[in-house]
Design a protein around this ligand. Structure first.
Ligand SMILES: Cc1cc2nc3c(=O)[nH]c(=O)nc-3n(C[C@H](O)[C@H](O)[C@H](O)COP(=O)(O)OP(=O)(O)OC[C@H]3O[C@@H](n4cnc5c(N)ncnc54)[C@H](O)[C@@H]3O)c2cc1C
Length: 492
């Protein structure tokens, strides 16, 4: 991103709401307003008229300088709350003209400054959240990029339908998860969320509104899904829908041996015995990470047969004495972590630092690598966070930019660390531990799932994208020729 004198001049002169031009007085270092029409005469760069608002107040800029990681802070000069897609087009063009960096921000749940932009424009997509229409026979629904998955689920469920894949936490934006991938316990059946998109409406880095799909501008479509916001801002997405179950039978199955646990998980996803398979590892009373819980869910009618314990649990090697089984409505199952989130918020832990580690390991090395990483882990390294391990099926993951190990059954391994943000020495130590873990994973053909906080160089990104790099780089040149989009990812 060129940091030119002209860019500085624009930063001093950003402006506007309606007929009033706002300008920045460099002498007093404060914002001032002038009547519309006098902007150009006063040397201020005139911002286009908007349907929504462009805000520059301290609270909005501070909020946009933070995220769920609470580690990285980059301050934009303005935040756009678009009233329309036209606003996004107009402001991206404005930013192109003046070489201002831009980042869309959904719910700000990235952990490493990915949606932040120093001295640029943050586009908050929350105002672009229309959903629908959906009817009982819909096979897709088109939603605004700022819609949260909880809202999409509720709208679809009103007609007995559902997107096939959800993340564990539903309050993430559609645009935010489609820019990274979107994994969940259903991924072994249906791929990631990006694999269940039939069309996208985007504003490219050059400020062009474009509809794209696997057959319409496919290069753009494939550069946007899991493309970390590098080529375009998603403003709308058409998502696949399937029949939803009314109820779900949810199991927690305890294991005491890592290899047995991983093998049973693999068996379940290869057999597709359950609709959903995940797993957690927690520390025992001695602080050793060896309490293993396989989490599985079977969908009942009309999405599946009435669940039968004997059939579902046949041959599994968990401790039968510790099985927890609940039948619950489908939405309650999807939203199952909501009570824990509320408790974390109440306890003030939601605003702790989250130097997360998210890896994808080749199945052939999963036991060895997770074994080593878990052996080295202490309760202090995780805090009130959790450790997740679960397999996916590679044949279901078809999005080129969602990089996964070359193995039929990769495992997602995530250490969702939670630690006081003011203890920067610990945060730095955990970031360094993330890097070491990434290197151990990469040495056996693993990748990172890029939602966490692993120190990563541009060269690492090239390695990460591997054979997909030339196409991503070409799409970047075509669709974001001035290189203004999403510098916080550090890819280009
Ligand atoms: C509590 C919690 C639980 C999670 N659980 C899961 C899980 O189960 N599975 C999983 O896969 N992930 C999970 N994640 C990770 C999450 O999917 C990603 O961090 C996701 O990007 C966050 O969405 P967001 O709306 O907050 O995006 P933001 O943090 O706002 O943005 C993330 C990145 O996407 C870009 N972006 C945002 N909107 C757009 C857009 N409209 N167009 C183009 N680029 C855009 C941003 O510029 C930024 O680079 C979880 C995160 C949290 C905090």
């Amino acid at each position: 991103m060129p940091h030119t004198p002209s860019r500085r001049a624009v930063l001093r002169g950003v402006a506007i709401t309606g007929a009033v031009v706002m300008g920045f007085d460099t002498g007093t270092r404060s914002w001032a307003t002038t009547a519309s029409g006098s902007g150009s005469g006063s040397g201020l760069a005139r911002v286009p008229a908007l349907d929504g608002t462009l805000v520059m107040d301290d609270a909005s800029l501070s909020a946009a300088s933070d995220d769920y990681g609470h580690i990285v802070h980059r301050r934009p000069v303005a935040v756009l709350r678009p009233g329309s897609v036209r606003d996004v087009v107009a402001m991206v063009r404005f930013c192109n003209t003046h070489r201002l960096p831009v980042a869309p921000r959904g719910q700000g749940h990235a952990t490493n400054g990915q949606a932040q932009v120093e001295g640029g424009l943050v586009v908050e997509t929350a105002t672009l959240a229309d959903i629908g229409p959906v009817g009982p026979h819909s096979t897709t629904v088109t939603v605004g990029a700022g819609a949260r998955w909880s809202e999409v689920a509720e709208a679809a469920l009103a007609h007995g339908l559902t997107p096939p894949v959800f993340t564990d936490y539903l309050e993430l934006s559609v645009g935010g998860t489609l820019s990274v991938g979107g994994f969940g316990g259903m991924t072994h059946r249906h791929g990631a969320q990006v694999d269940n998109v039939t069309g996208l409406q985007v504003v490219t880095g050059a400020g062009e509104f474009t509809d794209c799909s696997p057959t319409r501008h496919p290069d753009l479509f494939h550069a946007v899904l899991a493309g970390l916001g590098q080529c375009a801002i998603v403003v709308g997405a058409t998502l696949r829908l399937v029949r939803a179950p009314e109820t779900v039978r949810h199991y927690l199955l305890p294991y005491d041996d890592l290899e047995t646990f991983l093998d049973d998980q693999r068996l379940l996803v290869q057999e597709e015995r359950f609709a959903y398979v995940e797993g957690q590892v927690s520390a025992d009373a001695d602080g050793v990470f060896r309490v293993l819980t396989l989490e599985a869910a079977a969908y009942g009618p009309p999405a599946g047969p009435a669940p039968d314990d004997a059939v579902l649990l046949r041959g599994l090697r968990h401790d039968p004495a510790g099985v927890e089984r609940t039948d619950r409505p489908y939405y309650d199952f999807l939203d199952r972590i909501a009570p824990s989130v509320e408790a974390l918020k109440k306890a003030g832990l939601w605003t702790y630092a989250h130097p997360w580690l998210n890896l994808l390991l080749p199945g052939r090395a999963a036991a060895a690598v997770t074994g080593d990483l878990l052996d080295a882990l202490t309760p202090g390294d995780v805090g009130p966070g959790i450790v997740l391990v679960y397999p996916v099926l590679r044949e279901r993951l078809t999005t080129p930019l969602l990089r996964t190990p070359d193995d039929p059954v990769p495992y997602l391994f995530a250490v969702l660390r939670t630690t006081p943000p003011e203890d920067t020495a610990t945060v730095d130590r955990l970031l360094a531990a993330n890097r070491s873990a990434y290197e151990a994973a990469a040495a056996v053909g693993g990748t990172q799932y890029p939602v966490g906080s692993i120190p990563f160089t541009r060269a690492d990104w090239r390695t990460h994208f591997g054979s997909a790099w030339p196409r991503l780089a070409a799409a970047k040149r075509s669709y974001d020729p001035c290189g203004i989009l999403v510098p916080g990812q550090g890819v280009f």
